[in-house]
Design a protein. Structure first.
Length: 127
């Protein structure tokens, strides 16, 4: 079982995430490359929240190949191209993950490989 790390000596997280997650040495790790909000038919939704949904759906498919699911995620690195996309992304993340929430970083970046992409998500899972 992973253990969330929330030291009382530092400020609590700004949103629903853990400052750290301890993974026991007996766990397997899966590192997922950044996933973009693109469907198998190459369609890309306009809305950032819909792109975030696709990012996590793609991640779920990758983790399934290793016999894992979203519940095995211990670390999320997410990137959005505008401050306006922070909330739609966080709404999707918060709906998909129960407590303890994974460790998480969310950054605003200048862009991705194609201008229509607004969200990219990479994760580490342990199981």
């Amino acid at each position: 079982m992973v253990r969330p790390l929330q030291p009382k000596s530092i400020r609590p997280p700004f949103a629903r995430y853990s400052h750290g997650i301890e993974v026991p040495s007996c766990k397997r790790l899966v590192l997922c490359s950044g996933q973009l909000g693109i469907a198998p038919d190459d369609s890309i939704p306009e809305e950032a929240g819909a792109q975030a949904e696709l990012c996590f759906a793609n991640i779920a498919a990758i983790l399934a190949e290793a016999g894992m699911g979203l519940e095995n995620i211990v670390r999320i690195n997410a990137y959005v191209t505008d401050r306006a996309y922070l909330r739609p992304y966080m709404d999707v993340r918060d709906r998909l993950f129960s407590d303890p929430a994974p460790a998480s970083t969310l950054m605003i970046v200048s862009g991705f490989a194609r201008p229509e992409f607004k969200v990219e998500v990479e994760v580490i899972a342990a199981g």
